[in-house]
Write a protein that binds this ligand. Structure first.
Ligand code: SER
Length: 870
């Protein structure tokens, strides 16, 4: 067996399959693209599902990758065992309708036995029990003895996700020898002796949501070999934490914590948790995921917080994770360049999240401990879901952390109730989700437009001659549309932009001498067919020659608003960091909004800086250039944008001077100076980790300035001031208002005081207890309390009960002197009974209490209760 380092195995694998005619693709992002069935990529084939089903054309029929993967199903076991991990890399080779079993099996064998020099006698294989073809290839072509080919059922040898490409598979195992288990052990069992290293999937089906296995038109190959797993075999280590590159992480943690690995089983768990989670978090952030309370962001938050807590178990007091991330970036960055490119923001995001967590963890722990005490006292063993949710929501305790800590003490969480609270919150976040940019389609329309296409001229011109080739009314093809009717019109060529990429559709007119159509909106189908939603304003529309004319004034504003998204995107990256990436946008005539990933609200200074930067680039009058090119060139040009959906397409790269280069299909200005001016109107959060900027350009800024001006004039006239002095005038007014309010309060107090001088003379007595009652008007509760206090001081031994009606609200105040409190007369109890009479409630201390009530007409009756109570 050959000893190879982790990073060398990856290289060797890709090179091997390149030599077998495969195209090496870089790992896809951990964020699935256009796939709602997955939260994170967890297998090499997951980002390529559409190549298997034929929905998309792959860049080559043979592809090989090392794919970064996250699987969180076993997160609770990570660290506790030395086998589980959330982050791993999957080596794979894929055939999209090209080669099949008789090629892939010999290649896998060759790679393991020749390149990695694993002894043939140590290799076992399993096949799907009905798959004689694979069985025979292993037996006859490769020559594996029959006793080392095991037939297994669907549970073991059929690979599938919830939905999508699936099929029978064949797995390759390495026998680790008798020191790991008895000779009776077989692959696929529970024992430790056989370790599965490679899964060859013969992808023949597309499983749908109903669970049907629909045969694919051509069979495919999908293989997956866990990189870390094969490294443990080659490096003869017992577990993934002893592999070369991963061992370095443990060493770094050991240095930072001053604790040694391998000395204490409990502490070793913490070492392993951090070692696994640090790789997961580094790669996730590098793929633009930011910590949040939802979806992927929550997975990330959980990983960071879990790792942070285990750092404390190792005795580390301060934030340390970003320092460990450094090592991951340096080591894995050789293969994954994005780690190096995003180094600063990766470290910054980890540091902030960890520090934030450390700030609250103490408070949260105190709270959790008091819950634990309560549970013990009440002899209960389950923490209420809403308490667990509060810990999660307010103190940032991931639920698994709460569970973990409770479990250590023998308690659990009411998870059903917790989930319910969580769902409520998720629903809130979901409604704020970004707009999708999928093409316009309507099931019924699909057939109507089949086979049609049209040329889009709108990048170059605002109007052109064209021919109407189809007219639709109420989902049916028609020959004509009469005056007043609405419908859909297809042209052979069009300058109208169809809503897509966040840019709204064009409006305008389609006309000739006989009729005139108003274009209310333009949509685009998935097949790029432009559909004009029209209303006939004159004549009868037929399939003839026409002139198509976009409302160019509106279009110009849309252009300004679209072009400025590019400047804004770049400026945000400059000011906030490279982690910022576009999450959605809406480009309209009168304004635009831009959603982007960022973990906190922008400060006023940051907003000003971004706005200033964008305007600077407008004033520099940068030329805007479109280059139509292929994906590799676009990357060379440094273009940002979603590359992964666009392997085989030609792409449009839009550059603005040297400042911004971005993939884009929208319509744009020819020079940034046409944008005229840019103004941010608001910055807000729309869901966790996603912010939104709303802004205006050009004429809208001019209108905005005008409305500010008239507002200013209106204020000036109200203030009877001149425009230039309004700020001083407002300040002066606020000041005198404050003084006047104080004066009113003082006068009211004096007035009430006058009233109480009479009150002290009206002391009554019952059962040897002195008391006074009185009614006030327009005296607030605080003042009333002072007055009650004053009366109590003056009289000495007394119960004071006051009522006041203020702004239509009734309030009571009760004060009891110390000697009477000692005799168990309580203001709190009195006020409760008194307020009850007037339909209210309240309470307080034994010496002073207040209450509110509704029934003002019961005021006397309520005050009279005091005598009875005493
Ligand atoms: N899809 C299979 C797996 O994940 C093989 O790549 O194991």
């Amino acid at each position: 067996m050959k000893y190879l380092g982790l990073h060398d195995i990856r290289k060797e694998f890709l090179k091997f399959f390149e030599s077998k005619g495969h195209l090496i693709l870089p790992s896809f992002s951990l964020i699935p693209k256009n796939d709602k069935s997955l939260l994170l990529i967890g297998a090499g084939m997951a980002p390529m599902k559409k190549f298997f089903t034929g929905e998309e054309v792959p860049p080559a029929k043979r592809v090989t990758t090392s794919q970064k993967c996250i699987r969180t199903g076993d997160i609770d076991n990570v660290g506790i065992t030395d086998r589980h991990a959330t982050f791993f890399e999957m080596l794979g080779n894929f055939s999209f309708g090209d080669y099949f079993k008789k090629e892939v099996i010999p290649w896998a064998w060759e790679f393991l036995t020749v390149n990695l020099e694993i002894a043939k006698e140590d290799l076992w294989v399993t096949v799907y029990h009905e798959d004689d073809e694979a069985y025979n290839i292993w037996k006859d072509v490769i020559g594996v003895p029959e006793e080392r080919i095991v037939r297994l059922g669907k549970e073991d040898n059929f690979w599938e996700l919830e939905v999508g490409p699936s099929g029978p598979c064949s797995e390759i195992y390495v026998d680790r020898g008798p020191e790991y288990g008895s000779d009776d052990e077989r692959p696929g069992g529970e024992g430790e002796r056989f370790i599965e290293v490679w899964n060859l999937v013969f992808t023949q089906f597309d499983k749908d949501e109903a669970g049907n296995y629909n045969p694919l038109s051509h069979p495919n190959i999908d293989t997956g070999m866990g990189l870390e797993r094969i490294a443990t075999v080659l490096q003869k280590t017992d577990n993934i934490f002893e592999i070369d590159a991963i061992k370095d992480i443990i060493k770094r943690i050991s240095e930072v914590s001053g604790t040694e690995y391998g000395k204490d089983d409990k502490l070793d768990i913490s070492f392993r948790v951090i070692t696994d989670h640090i790789r997961a978090m580094t790669f996730m952030i590098s793929d633009t995921i930011v910590p949040s309370n939802e979806g992927r962001g929550y997975v990330l938050r959980r990983l960071i917080r879990r790792a942070a807590r285990h750092g404390r178990k190792l005795g580390i007091k301060k934030a340390f994770l970003s320092e460990i991330a450094d090592l991951v970036i340096d080591s894995w960055g050789v293969e994954y360049k994005e780690l190096v490119e995003n180094k600063d923001s990766i470290k910054e995001i980890i540091r902030r999240e960890e520090e934030k967590f450390l700030e609250t963890i103490e408070q949260g722990l105190v709270r959790l401990n008091s819950h634990i005490e309560e549970l013990k006292e009440n002899k209960k063993n389950t923490l209420a879901g809403k308490d667990a949710f509060k810990l999660y929501d307010t103190y940032g305790f991931p639920i698994d952390l709460t569970e973990e800590i409770l479990k250590e003490e023998g308690f659990k969480v009411d998870m059903a109730a917790f989930d319910e609270e969580m769902n409520i919150q998720k629903e809130r976040a979901r409604s704020a989700r970004e707009d999708s940019n999928i093409g316009w389609s309507n099931q019924e329309d699909k057939n109507l437009f089949e086979g049609l296409s049209n040329e889009f001229l709108g990048y170059e011109v605002d109007s052109c001659d064209a021919k109407i080739i189809k007219i639709i009314s109420n989902n049916e093809e028609v020959e004509s549309l009469s005056e007043g009717e609405e419908g859909i019109v297809v042209l052979d060529r069009t300058p109208f932009y169809g809503e897509s990429g966040g840019q709204v559709g064009d409006t305008g007119f389609i006309y000739n001498d006989d009729f005139k159509l108003e274009v209310i909106d333009t949509k685009k189908t998935k097949d790029e067919l432009h559909l004009h939603i029209v209303k006939v304003v004159e004549g009868q529309a037929t399939k003839t020659k026409v002139k198509a004319e976009v409302d160019y004034k509106r279009r110009n504003n849309i252009r300004r608003n679209h072009s400025v998204t590019h400047l804004l995107h770049k400026a945000l990256k400059e000011v906030l960091g490279s982690h910022v990436s576009q999450a959605g946008s809406l480009v309209m005539e009168d304004r635009m909004r831009f959603d982007f990933s960022h973990f906190e609200a922008m400060t006023k200074e940051e907003i000003e800086k971004v706005e200033a930067r964008v305007n600077e680039k407008i004033f520099e009058a940068l030329p805007v250039k479109t280059t139509i090119t292929d994906i590799d060139k676009a990357k060379e040009m440094g273009a940002i944008g979603l590359f992964e959906d666009k392997y085989h397409d030609v792409v449009r790269v839009l550059s603005m001077g040297d400042y911004s280069t971005e993939l884009c299909g929208g319509t744009h200005v020819k020079n940034t100076s046409e944008i005229s001016m840019f103004k941010i109107l608001s910055e807000s959060g729309i869901s966790n980790g996603v912010r939104r900027i709303e802004s205006i350009t050009g004429p809208a800024v001019y209108n905005y300035l005008n409305s500010l001006k008239s507002e200013q004039e209106e204020i000036a006239s109200e203030l009877k001031s001149n425009k230039d002095e309004i700020v001083q005038k407002v300040k002066a007014n606020v000041k005198s208002l404050k003084e006047a309010t104080k004066e009113i309060e003082r006068l009211e107090h004096d007035l009430a005081k006058d009233q109480i001088s009479g009150i002290t003379d009206s002391v009554k007595e019952v059962n040897g207890i002195q008391y006074v009652t009185s009614k006030f008007e327009n005296v607030d509760v605080n003042t009333l309390r002072d007055l009650a206090d004053e009366v109590r001081n003056k009289v000495g031994s007394v119960v004071v009960l006051f009522a006041t009606v203020n702004d239509g609200k009734l309030n009571f105040v009760c004060a009891v002197s110390k000697d009477l409190v000692a005799k168990k007369i309580s203001a709190g109890n009195i006020i409760k009974e008194v307020a009850k009479v007037a339909g209210g409630g309240g309470g307080g201390r034994p010496d002073m209490a207040t209450a509110g009530a509704k029934n003002i007409d019961k005021i006397d009756e309520a005050l009279d209760t005091l005598t009875k109570l005493l």
